[in-house]
Design a binder for this molecule. Structure first.
Ligand SMILES: Nc1ncnc2c1ncn2[C@@H]1O[C@H](COP(=O)(O)OP(=O)(O)OP(=O)(O)O)[C@@H](O)[C@H]1O
Ligand SMILES: [Mg+2]
Length: 271
């Protein structure tokens, strides 16, 4: 396939030469401070009569430190978009730059590395390993990343402390509440210091108290400059995000900002 395209992130001048629209093969120009850039993204499942166009031309730029919610009805394409953003799948058409790198040019090995180092996943069903303690679960992405044992433990303890679970590090998942399990999963997502935290219905399996806890943690992450993308059906979750996009039938139909980039929810000042 084609060679890896790395678009420079370090341009010095302010010359933002706007590319003339229409030239489909033109490389996507990297937007300063953008961590995710999607241009003309289409995703089609199957072929011929049975083909389903799940995404029909998505353009989206997400800036570093933003907190984005992706909303839309069932079947609108949210999980399809999540799979692309998380480099679990490659789009049929269009360009996707993650941290300035065109992921469509990467092979499976490189994609696995990108997922490990640049993306922190949080799933609806926690996806913790039952036999392992909270600490071992959080250390896992660092094991795959080849980080040495002492450093792994230090980083994992730091992440568990950040989600308020310093006193539960030796507990296995079954000895933790659903909300605590999701907090372990968030610590696991953070431990590699990823470019983005990508959460798919992170509160879908939680009671209202645990939902508040998890949303509070996501709020605190945004205060320290993390970039968060959350997929949700729930308006209460969307209300925490700084920006909300809606998709319907594979199209981006609205893009609304709840508050300016960098501003935090409620009366708390940005850290
Ligand atoms: N692997 C697949 N093969 C064929 N069609 C698929 C596949 N995955 C998704 N689709 C179709 O693509 C469209 C978008 O699906 P997607 O799972 O992205 O929706 P969603 O917004 O996540 O829905 P939900 O809220 O129900 O999870 C749907 O019409 C779905 O049937
Ligand atoms: Mg879905």
């Amino acid at each position: 396939m084609s060679a890896t395209t790395v678009v420079s992130t370090g341009s010095t001048g302010g010359s933002s030469s706007t590319s003339a629209g229409g030239a489909t093969a033109a490389p996507l120009e990297h937007v300063a401070d953008a961590v995710l850039e999607l241009r003309g993204i289409r995703q089609t499942y199957g072929t011929g009569e049975a083909a389903v166009e799940a995404l029909r031309g998505i353009d989206l730029v997400v800036t570093r430190g933003d907190y984005l919610a992706i909303m839309g009805p069932s079947g609108s394409g949210k999980s399809t978009l999540m799979n692309l953003l998380g480099c679990l799948d490659i789009a049929s058409e269009g360009q996707y730059l993650l941290g300035g790198v065109d992921v469509s040019s990467l092979d499976d090995r490189q994609l696995a590395k990108v997922r490990n180092q640049q993306i922190g996943f949080v799933f609806q069903s926690f996806n913790l390993i039952p036999r392992m303690t909270a600490l071992a679960n959080v250390e896992l992405p660092l094991v795959y990343g080849g980080v040495k044992s002492a450093e792994r433990k230090r980083l994992a303890l730091e992440a568990l402390d950040l989600v308020g679970l310093a006193d539960r590090v030796d507990h296995r998942p079954q000895a933790l509440s659903g909300g605590q399990q999701q907090r372990v999963a968030i610590a696991r997502a953070l431990v590699t210091s990823p470019t983005i935290v990508l959460a798919d219905e992170p509160t879908g399996n939680l009671d209202s108290q645990s939902t508040d806890d998890v949303l509070g943690i996501l709020d605190s992450l945004t205060k320290v400059g993390r970039t968060i993308v959350v997929i949700t059906h729930e308006n209460t979750v969307g209300a925490h995000a700084a920006r909300v996009i809606s998709i319907r039938d594979g199209h981006l139909v609205s893009d609304r900002r709840n508050r300016p980039l960098g501003a935090t929810r409620g009366n708390g000042a940005a850290v």
